[in-house]
Each structure stands twice: as structure tokens, then as C-alpha cells.
Design a protein around this ligand. Structure first.
Ligand code: HEM
Length: 157
């Protein structure tokens, strides 16, 4: 049962968190590229790309909820929910989800709304979004390392 849950947990992390990382990282430069060379309204096909990237982030963030859910189930079955590395991971996962839900996704939506209204986006806004996206990526990458190294753990390798 533990192996089954752990497999699902890792599979969910790969399938859900991977696409969010890639699409969210591509979003700010893609939003900047909507500006036509000579100025004027944003290029509709470039705006379509930005919309698709946002959709990938939103949908896979939803699927990503299964990662902590399966993680908690795995931890419960293994009886390790009280261990320091796991408590730290849970806190960092919550922080990563918070950054995604409170900053990354709403700001993407804002920029997309401006582009759909044929309004050019402010470069500073895309830089700030890139910063929040970087924080999100760093947080979950740290969790992945913690999951593998499990400092202080005496179970397994
Ligand atoms: C509430 C959040 C989470 C909980 C409670 C949790 C729980 C767990 C548990 C109990 C294990 C088994 C460790 C062991 O074999 O002793 C594990 C493994 C793993 N988790 Fe998580 N996890 C969470 C979030 C995440 C996130 C956000 C990621 C990556 C995006 C992740 C990636 C992994 C990976 C790659 C492993 C395999 C490590 C290995 O066996 O070497 N987990 N997790």
C-alpha cells in the first residue's frame, strides 16, 4: 500500500508540478512578446499563446492538489507525519501553493485580461510575475530535495 501511494504521489508530482513549472516560467517572456515591433495592439496569436500557458498553469495547479493529498496519505501509512523533514516539507508545500494561488495565477490573469482588452502590458509587471514564479519554483524544488534526502530520517536509504 505504501509503495502504491508513494508511486502515485511521485507520479502526481511529475505530471502536475512539471507542467506548471514550465508554463509559468514561459508566461512572462511570452507576455512581453505580444508587443508588436512597431507598437500598437498586442499580436492576437501571441496573446493566444499566453492564454494557453495560463490555462496549463491553472488546470495543472488543480491536478497538483493531489500531490500533498497523496503525500499526506503516504506519510500517514508510513507513520512519519511527525518527522521534522516532513513537517518542513508540508510547510514549504503550503507556502509554494500560497505563492501560486495568491500571486502567480492572479497576476497572470490580470496580464491576460489586459492583453485581451488589446492593452499592452507593462514590462515591470512581467518582471514581478517572473520573480514570484521563481519563488514558487524554488520552494517546490526545495521540497523535492527534502523528500529525497529526508534529513534525520532512519527509514530506508
Ligand atoms: C504536504 C506535502 C507533502 C507530503 C506530506 C509528502 C509526503 C511524502 C512522503 C511520506 C514520502 C515518502 C518518503 C519516504 O520514502 O520515506 C514522499 C516522497 C516523495 N515526495 Fe512528497 N510529500 C509532499 C509534497 C511533495 C511535493 C510538493 C513534491 C514535489 C513536487 C514531492 C515529491 C516527492 C518525491 C520525488 C518523493 C520520492 C522520494 C524518494 O522516495 O526518494 N512531495 N513524500
Amino acid at each position: 500500500m505504501t509503495k502504491f501511494l508513494l508511486s502515485l504521489h511521485v507520479l502526481a508530482a511529475i505530471v502536475a508540478v512539471g507542467p506548471v513549472t514550465v508554463a509559468a516560467s514561459m508566461f512572462p517572456p511570452a507576455a512581453r512578446r505580444t508587443a508588436p515591433a512597431g507598437g500598437g495592439a498586442p499580436d492576437p496569436s501571441a496573446v493566444g499563446t499566453v492564454a494557453l500557458l495560463h490555462r496549463i498553469c491553472r488546470v495543472y495547479a488543480g491536478v497538483g492538489i493531489s500531490v500533498p493529498v497523496l503525500g499526506l496519505a503516504t506519510g500517514a501509512v508510513m507513520g512519519v507525519l511527525g518527522s521534522g523533514w516532513l513537517v518542513t516539507s508540508i510547510a514549504l508545500t503550503a507556502a509554494a501553493a500560497g505563492v501560486l494561488a495568491a500571486f502567480v495565477l492572479p497576476r497572470q490573469e490580470e496580464l491576460l485580461g489586459q492583453l485581451r482588452g488589446e492593452q499592452a502590458v507593462d514590462r515591470r509587471d512581467t518582471v514581478q510575475l517572473a520573480m514570484f514564479t521563481g519563488i514558487f519554483n524554488l520552494l517546490w524544488a526545495t521540497v523535492t530535495v527534502l523528500m529525497i534526502v529526508r534529513p534525520g530520517s532512519t527509514t530506508g536509504a
